[in-house]
Design a protein around this ligand. Structure first.
Ligand SMILES: [Zn+2]
Length: 314
């Protein structure tokens, strides 16, 4: 740990324009933790965090606290504990990618954290490399698995041009300060015909979040998004697709993702909250099978907790 944990209340912040269309014209949906704005662009509809921590403050946040905070408890211990759940997710993701890339080939994982998925992929015969902004995570990946990790924000990462058959960007784009530049960087690192698999959380406008807003008598989009201030962009299927297209990708397919699967195991939903009516409603929703039923139904309509696109350079 290079620095002590930062106080969110005194973190330096900055206001930023829309990372998709550059417009400055936003509508405030909500204020989180008393100082971070959740703002919807009036021109293109993308939702961003503004004010958000400055770049320098964000770097320190990731170094000092991210893999201990952010709902992951101790990341390494969590992986060991739920290894089978993780490996099922890895296998499912690879099966999906394999519909578009003849593998095994060379794969880059952007936001590879401690390298667990890369190490698993290597066992499946893939040649792998990673990228992560966290010095602590990158050091772990190198020391424990001998992985090659480019330690830098993805926007600035020095990636070998035209050298990868595939890239994963799983639960990373929503963290990036300049997602467009990062996507362009990954695009240049792909071989001709290379493919990316991108997953982001489907926040704020997914059916469950809209339901939550209505239940709380709020307007859709105004409930608290996940992981503020680590998440700085809150995508929908439409805005993520626009972000990919604007940065030189053609979309091949869309799928429903599994964002938050592990956290479901770590912190099950609380039932006894608020009034008797609310506790009863939560019991029916979480315990009597209403939620799993709705979630299964949602997957059929591609309304799962994550948005996945498979895309290739246009
Ligand atoms: Zn915009």
């Amino acid at each position: 740990m290079a620095q002590p944990p930062l106080e969110l209340a005194t973190l330096p912040v900055e206001e930023v324009p829309c990372p998709l269309c550059d417009a400055d014209d936003g509508r405030l949906l909500s204020t989180q933790q008393g100082r971070f704005g959740v703002v919807k662009c009036r021109r293109c509809g993308l939702v961003r965090l503004s004010p958000r921590p400055t770049r320098e403050a964000a770097r320190r946040l990731y170094d000092a606290t991210y893999y201990a905070a952010g709902g992951y408890d101790d990341y390494v211990k969590t992986f060991e504990r739920f290894r089978d759940v993780y490996e099922r997710l890895f296998a499912k993701r690879l099966a999906l990618l394999s519909r578009y890339v003849a593998g095994p080939g060379r794969l880059l994982e952007c936001g590879c954290a401690h390298g667990f998925q890369l190490e698993w992929l290597r066992r499946q015969g893939w040649e792998v490399a990673g990228n992560d902004v966290s010095a602590e995570a990158a050091a772990y990946a190198r020391q424990h698995f001998g992985l090659e990790v480019v330690e830098a924000p993805l926007e600035e990462a020095a990636l070998e041009p035209a050298s990868f058959d595939a890239a994963y960007l799983v639960d990373i784009v929503e963290h990036l300060y300049n997602p467009g530049a990062a996507l362009a960087n990954v695009r240049a690192a792909l071989k001709p015909g290379g493919v990316i698999l991108v997953q982001v959380p489907y926040e704020l406008y997914r059916w469950e979040k809209i339901g939550q807003a209505l239940w709380e008598r709020k307007r859709p989009g105004t409930v608290a998004p996940d992981a503020v201030p680590y998440h700085v962009t809150f995508f929908t299927p439409r805005t993520l697709k626009a972000m990919l297209q604007r940065n030189g990708f053609a979309v091949l397919a869309r799928y429903s993702g599994n964002y938050g699967t592990i956290r479901k195991y770590l912190s099950p939903p609380e039932i006894r909250v608020g009034s008797t009516l609310e506790t009863a409603a939560r019991f029916i929703y979480y315990k009597l099978g209403l939620r799993p039923a709705l979630q299964t139904l949602a997957l059929w309509f591609k309304q799962g907790s994550g948005v996945i696109y498979v895309a290739t350079p246009a």
